[in-house]
Design a protein around this ligand. Structure first.
Ligand SMILES: [Zn+2]
Length: 148
């Protein structure tokens, strides 16, 4: 549990917000067209830069964090570069991922606000290779966002 009175708490929450944004963008990327993936990857730059600024200003310019951010960015770039182009607007209709063939993850979205529904169907298998980078970022050696 995060100590809300700790001087780092605000910075850990700021890192968590950037991580959450990146998490949504990469979920969207799994079922996006090739062109849309590139646009989403460009949108990733702002939260990636936020993580780099936080690291420089508040986390002692950690090499561990810097490497984890670069590792995640490299993986996002490879996801963005996937050639397979799913048919547009079919995320609700298809069962398996057009890229890897894996079964899609479907979050129960009946109570989600409309803007969040768009990422309620995604391919968790395609996200798998990003796990090591996420774990590093969230770890105590990283931003410590695991505690939120
Ligand atoms: Zn997939």
């Amino acid at each position: 549990m995060l100590d809300l009175d700790h001087p780092m708490t605000d910075h850990i929450f700021a890192a968590s917000r950037a991580e959450d944004r990146l998490s949504v963008l990469c979920k969207l990327m799994t079922l996006a067209s090739a062109q849309e993936r590139q646009r989403l990857f460009a949108e990733c730059q702002e939260p990636l830069n936020s993580l780099r600024r936080l690291n420089a200003a508040r986390f002692g310019a950690s090499d561990f964090i810097a490497d984890a951010v670069t590792e995640l960015e490299d993986w996002l770039g490879s996801l963005a570069a996937l050639e397979t182009t799913p048919r547009e607007g079919t995320a609700y209709a298809i069962v398996s991922c057009p890229v890897c063939g894996g079964l899609l993850t479907r979050l129960h979205h009946a109570f989600m606000p409309q803007p969040e529904r768009r990422w309620s169907v995604y391919c968790n298998h395609c996200l798998g290779p990003s796990s090591p980078a996420w774990h590093k970022l969230e770890s105590s050696q990283g931003f410590g966002t695991w505690a939120i």
